[in-house]
Ligand binder design. Structure first.
Ligand SMILES: Nc1ncnc2c1ncn2[C@@H]1O[C@H](COP(=O)(O)OP(=O)(O)O)[C@@H](O)[C@H]1O
Ligand SMILES: [Mg+2]
Length: 308
């Protein structure tokens, strides 16, 4: 089997221990698909905007970071990124995601961008009150960029919204309709190469917690997808141009009511592996292989030639 070299790009600063297990899964899964990954933190791969990638260059870059400036710079230099810089940019910003999904006709919870707040300005809670006039209380408030449920809040009234907005400060944020039937639960669907490969229903740690993220104590069970859920998950990944994605779906009053909550461009895989008994990294690697094959030069089994 021809071997293709790739870089695994990870963040320079945020590298908690749980990510090390993920990187190991990625590297081992790559090997099984005939891909050889060498891991670099983003600071180890500075790239001049407009420069050409040095030869020999990797057949692909598995970009497991949100550093979209570096991602775009690498693409401009001629490297093939998974996910692409544009797809990561769209997925990493919840308003960008909402705009794309809504434009594609995919159901999302009603969402209002909060007014931009410049450094040194103070957010006005009247903006939340105006939003709640349209969306109702309780009101979901989210920072546009956030993960693991950590930047997602629920305000029951104007005073709570004010506290949340003061905490958020100048970070971009949004107001969203609270999907009450989904309280404390959602569906995480893993999509690779336009196919939904597995799903798990997640439940929050306690009845007062509305967020079902594993990162805030949630638990998960594997479950089959309905035709609607499968269609929404795949359409959402396609709408953002993601080669692989973790799509969060909120549950409505009945089986016909589903909303795409958010889409992750570099989802945590361990909970899916543990819950569904499927390793999506293997699917990701075979998907990458099928796309780089032919487009790249196979390097055989020679030692990694990628040095500078
Ligand atoms: N509009 C909403 N209505 C009800 N629950 C929500 C809503 N938005 C988010 N949640 C809950 O909060 C969790 C985290 O929100 P999400 O947008 O996925 O942010 P993150 O990127 O931090 O995971 C979701 O998995 C879901 O359980
Ligand atoms: Mg989420």
């Amino acid at each position: 089997m021809d071997i293709y070299n790739g870089w695994l790009i990870v963040n320079s600063y945020y590298n908690p221990a749980k990510f090390h297990a993920l990187y190991k899964v990625l590297e081992e899964s790559a090997q099984k698909a005939g891909l050889r990954l060498s891991k670099w933190t983003s600071d180890q791969r500075p790239t001049i905007i407009g420069s050409k990638a040095k030869e020999p260059k990797p057949a692909f870059v598995l970009f497991w970071d949100k550093d979209v400036q570096l991602a775009h710079t690498m693409e401009l230099s001629g490297l093939r990124l998974f996910n692409s810089a544009t797809a990561i940019t769209l997925a990493d910003d919840k308003i960008e995601t909402a705009l794309k999904l809504a434009a594609a006709g995919i159901p999302i919870p009603d969402t209002i961008p909060a007014p931009t707040c410049f450094p040194g300005c103070r957010r006005n809670p009247a903006s939340a009150e105006e939003a709640a006039r349209l969306l109702g209380w309780p009101l979901v408030i989210k920072e546009n960029k956030g993960s693991f449920g950590q930047q997602v809040y629920l305000a029951n009234n104007k005073a709570e919204a004010e506290r949340i907005l003061n905490h958020i400060g100048e970070h971009d944020c949004l107001f969203q309709r609270y999907i009450a039937p989904s309280k404390g639960k959602d569906l995480r669907v893993t999509v690779v190469g336009g196919k939904a490969i597995c799903a798990m229903e997640r439940h929050s740690a306690n009845p007062t917690e509305f967020r079902s993220n594993i990162g805030v104590g949630g638990t998960a069970v594997s479950r089959p997808l309905s035709a609607l859920e499968e269609k929404l998950a795949v359409s959402a990944a396609n709408a953002l141009g993601l080669d692989f994605a973790g799509v969060d779906i909120l549950l409505g009053r009945d089986d016909d009511e589903r909303y795409v909550c958010e889409v992750n461009s570099n989802p945590q895989l361990q909970s899916t592996i543990d819950t569904c008994g499927i390793n999506p990294a293997t699917n990701i690697m075979w998907h990458i292989r099928s796309l780089v094959k032919g487009a790249a030069t196979a390097v055989g089994t020679t030692p990694d030639p990628i040095t500078e």
